[in-house]
Design a protein around this ligand. Structure first.
Ligand SMILES: *Cc1c(COP(=O)(O)O)cnc(C)c1O
Length: 235
């Protein structure tokens, strides 16, 4: 089977990032572009890595454990979906960055499991800044107390923030949320906790990454624009 289309799509996204960054006076090398591989089989994922994907993201624990051994290349693995406390043990030795820390209880379990394997786990805190009621993510007003709690966990390093934008017809409607996230991200540098190092602001997907980059994102998560439409039932 030919996966030439992946090569084209990946080139298009890279070109786009370069064009957008040039317009914004930003360095495109500062933007991490993650391929969101949920629902796609290892064969396709491996091909995309051959064409330049360096980071892959899954939203479910069981997708990571199912595919992990079949991804034959060295890549960075990201977990971007909700993580249940009782599933941390399955992925703690596999993922480079957990984007979806949304409670102190979850962080405690990550701390405990990471400590057992002598790992410092990089995480992002998922924040819900949208006005609509979303299922996951902490409200921004909780950020100080969550950071304080996590600052006492030596096997966790807080590397930044993550946001999942609500589904809207017009991505322009998300600009204010992205702006709000950037402000919160910038505020991380005012904390003096030794395990809080603001590096990544993870926001922007296939439909809205241009606006996310305009508002300061440096980590974008691209699924359909690379891999094509997913089967709705499998998301
Ligand atoms: C599926 C998913 C994406 C990618 O979405 P696309 O619109 O296909 O680019 C990004 N982030 C999260 C959290 C996702 O679940």
């Amino acid at each position: 089977m030919s996966f030439e289309y992946l090569k084209t799509h990946i080139m298009e996204v890279n070109e786009d990032i370069r064009r957008i960054c040039e317009r914004l006076g930003r360095n495109p090398d500062d933007v991490t572009f993650i391929g969101v591989t949920k629902t796609y089989e290892p064969e396709i994922i491996n091909a995309s890595i051959e064409y330049g994907i360096t980071d892959i993201a899954e939203n479910r624990v069981q997708e990571i454990t199912r595919k992990f051994d079949d991804i034959v290349y060295k890549v960075r693995w990201h977990l971007i979906g909700h993580l249940q406390t009782n599933k941390v043990k399955y992925i703690i030795d596999k993922v480079d960055l957990i984007h979806s820390v949304d409670s102190v209880k979850l962080a405690e379990e990550i701390q405990s499991r990471a400590s057992k394997i002598e790992k410092v786990q990089d995480v992002l805190i998922q924040v819900n800044v949208a006005n609509e009621i979303q299922k996951y993510g902490i409200p921004k007003t909780d950020l100080p107390e969550v950071l304080e709690a996590l600052s006492k966990m030596p096997n966790i390093r807080v590397c930044g923030l993550m946001n999942i934008a609500p589904l809207v017809d017009d991505p322009e409607l998300l600009r204010n949320d992205f702006r709000e996230m950037k402000k919160l991200f910038d505020s991380l540098s005012t904390y003096s906790y030794s395990n809080v190092t603001p590096i990544h602001l993870s926001m922007g997907m296939s439909g809205d990454y241009e606006i996310a980059l305009e508002e300061g994102s440096n980590m974008i998560r691209i699924g359909t624009k690379i891999y094509g439409e997913r089967m709705a039932t499998k998301i």
